[in-house]
Write a protein that binds this ligand. Structure first.
Ligand code: SF4
Length: 443
């Protein structure tokens, strides 16, 4: 038996194919292949950089679906089904919108794969795939499963190993699909399993793709203690409340944490309250104190903003860029606030009649990447799209890159950090401009 795992692309640029030069390993597909019995042949095709050989014989196509890749994932599924190959779709988007995904597949997988993937493989082997499988959200890679990293070789992924320690997040931000998927809970892997996985690969630079590695401070402290002797450098995603625990910040630094993606979201307190962004709300001091603590501990932060809240204007978005430049964040993402299905934000905008593209922007043929998908309160959708694009252009200009680079506390701490700053800043800059205005899907 043979299973073909597929990581779909987002779509294409207006006049040419899009190749994602900032692509990272599709960790979850490697984990699924690791969960697959060893007598089953596994192959992986990454639509972000290679053509999918639809005519190559296979017994099952397993496609991971995210909201931004849903349209393309359904196109790929249609190609396989037209050739008589059964298709199973899984991933967060499928779990949040099962009825939509079921229209495009022979089978859908809801939730986490760990407890039910073996049943899928056995059913596919005997030609009796069920229309729906479900695994409860839970601890990742149970049974000491290691991802099949051999499947990633030769695909030009960024030189960083992806791993996971914590799944989910305890917070309840109103725009966040993770919060809905995990129902405001988190699940923590056994430390020994993570340490074993670090030892089983060659790299010293790791990205823990946890939704929020700081969801449980005690577990994060234990993790740091265990990592200190491993002498690795790592980044992750961490909520801002971690800065309130100075002991934990010292531990992070000692454990080799170079920085994290952190959801700052907004510089306007009223927007944070509306969004229920509770890790950012207490002690709000326009982030001065929090940014100072991050920098004192050498954190090369990737600040993530969501723009288009009800108090946002073009001026507040420009002020957000000023704040980010003053803070010398290594990277910053100026994301338009997106109505993800099944979130409280989506329901609110739907009730208020403010959703565009029929409420299904991820499938709409006219929707373009990085465009507003709802009507903001104080600006037009076009103004919001333009203001966010201007923010990205300003933050990623060469003069801005140079100004941010000159920071002894973070980027200039070592030659390795200097290299990482320029390597990732230049890739990120290129991708930001390439992706703007992309079409979803190829058709
Ligand atoms: S802190 Fe981050 S991961 Fe957690 S609910 Fe809020 S946006 Fe989602």
């Amino acid at each position: 038996m043979k299973i073909t795992f597929i990581k779909p692309n987002i779509g294409r640029m207006e006049h040419s194919l899009y190749v994602d030069e900032g692509r990272m390993e599709p960790l979850m597909l490697g984990v699924l292949a690791g969960l697959t019995p060893s007598d089953v042949e596994c192959v992986l095709y990454d639509d972000r950089m290679e053509s999918i050989p639809f005519d190559e014989p296979t017994d099952l196509a397993a496609i991971t679906v995210e909201i931004y890749t849903a349209r393309r994932a359904y196109e790929i599924a249609a190609e396989y089904r037209a050739r008589g190959v059964p298709v199973i779709l899984g991933g967060m988007h499928v779990t949040l919108l099962p009825e939509e995904a079921a229209l495009h597949a022979d089978s859908i997988f809801l939730g986490d794969a760990e407890t039910a993937w073996a049943a899928v493989v056995e059913d596919a082997r005997h030609g009796r795939l069920k229309p729906r499988y479900q695994g409860p959200p839970g601890v990742g890679q149970i049974g000491r499963v290691l991802p099949r990293r051999d499947l990633f070789r030769g695909k030009g992924y960024l030189p960083v190993t992806l791993m996971q320690y914590v799944r989910g997040c305890r917070f309840a931000c109103r725009f966040c699909a993770v919060s809905q998927y995990f129902d405001k809970k988190h699940y923590i892997r056994a430390l020994d399993d993570v340490l074993r996985e670090i030892e089983a690969q060659d790299r010293k630079f790791i990205f823990f793709v946890d939704d929020n590695i700081a969801s449980d401070h005690k577990a994060l402290a234990e993790f740091c203690h265990a990592l200190i002797p491993m002498k690795v450098h790592w980044v992750s995603q961490a909520s801002l409340d971690v800065t309130r625990d100075r002991k934990l910040m010292r531990l992070l630094e000692r454990a080799g944490n170079w920085g994290n993606v952190t959801g700052f979201e907004s510089i306007t307190p009223a927007s944070l309250r509306d969004a229920k962004k509770s890790p950012n709300i207490p002690c709000f001091s326009h982030y001065k104190e929090e940014v100072g603590i991050l920098r004192d501990h050498g954190m090369m932060s990737w600040a993530a903003f969501t723009l288009g809240h009800d108090h946002d204007t073009a001026a507040s978005i420009a002020a957000t860029v000023d704040f980010a430049l003053e803070s010398r964040f290594t990277l910053a993402a100026y994301n338009i606030l997106m109505p993800y299905p099944n979130t409280p934000l989506y329901s609110q905008l739907e009730q208020q009649g403010r959703l565009l593209y029929g409420g299904k922007w991820w499938l709409h043929p006219e929707y373009r990447f990085n465009s507003a998908a709802f009507v903001p309160r104080l600006m037009s959708p076009e103004e919001l799209t333009r203001a966010c694009h201007a923010a990205r252009a300003r933050y990623n200009s060469f003069s801005s890159l140079l100004v941010r680079f000159a920071d002894m506390k973070t980027h200039l701490r070592s030659f390795a950090r200097i290299g990482a700053y320029w390597y990732y800043s230049l890739i990120f800059r290129k991708e930001v401009f390439k992706k703007h205005g992309m079409r979803f899907g190829l058709q």
